[in-house]
Design a protein around this ligand. Structure first.
Ligand code: PLP
Length: 240
């Protein structure tokens, strides 16, 4: 690592400090995981972040994930999260990415079956979160709460190579300035109901919620996995 800290490394440090501070304030014994969302940003900036200790990175576009996964394949403890919309014809490409750790955006059974088949073929396992459309917006991916719980059970019971790990939401723009955030409330309810229905503890299931503008609130509402992009890597240019 260079002796002089880069802007990205300093951003990362600040976010991590905030995360730990809030987690402590809430009396939580473990701080949520930080996923650094690197979409549209090049591998050399990911490497900067990695060299400052960050291991989890999130990507939205399959082609970018493939390219960066290949470029950074020697970093054996890097952990990739796929956080974009799923498409049947891209699932095999996602599964082929070295060090794929978690798919956060599963929202239908057909894709679950395809994922299971691909991971089985490779003899590997991957964590899976079910995306919930907590804000009920047409343009957003994700399932309604009841459907999400059903799919969670399907993955949990029927997919040996998928490790069902919890639920994810993006939430509405309006909700992101509210405290408490109603989308985060809803996701927590889905998780708590699910845990009750399957007779397990809520600690066994993740809540992936909170981004640059609302991660502090998300932590206070129980997030275990926050996804922060622009506050680490700077603003993104609009995708062409
Ligand atoms: C882009 C993106 C993020 C990060 O957004 P920022 O506002 O830049 O922190 C998090 N989650 C998902 C699903 C995203 O697409």
């Amino acid at each position: 690592m260079s002796v002089v800290e880069t802007v990205i490394q300093s951003n990362l440090k600040q976010i991590l400090e905030t995360i730990h501070l809030i987690a402590r304030e809430c009396g939580r014994t473990t701080a949520p995981r930080l996923v650094a969302v690197s979409k549209t940003k090049p591998s050399n900036l990911i490497l900067e972040c990695y060299q400052a200790g960050q291991k989890h990175f999130g990507e939205n576009y399959v082609q970018e994930l493939e390219e960066k996964g290949a470029e950074l394949r020697d970093l054996q403890d890097i952990k990739w999260h796929y956080i974009g919309q799923m498409q049947s014809n891209k699932i095999s490409k996602i599964c082929a990415v070295p060090n794929l750790y978690c798919i956060e955006t599963l929202d239908n059974e057909k894709h679950a079956q395809l994922l299971e088949k691909e991971m089985n073929k490779r003899g590997l396992k991957v964590k899976v979160l079910i995306q919930v459309n907590t804000s009920d917006e047409e343009q957003k991916g994700g399932l309604q709460p009841n459907e999400a719980k059903e799919l969670g059970k399907f993955v949990d019971e029927q997919c040996a190579h998928l490790e069902f790990s919890g639920f994810m939401t993006i939430g509405s723009v309006a909700g992101s300035s509210m405290t408490p955030n109603p989308d985060f409330e809803k996701l927590r309810e889905v998780r708590d109901d699910f845990a009750k229905e399957v007779g397990r503890g809520v600690e066994g299931f993740e809540l992936s919620m909170g981004m640059s503008d609302d991660f502090e609130t998300a932590i206070r509402q129980g997030s275990t996995n926050i996804r922060v992009g622009s506050k680490i890597f700077g603003p993104r240019l609009p995708k062409k």
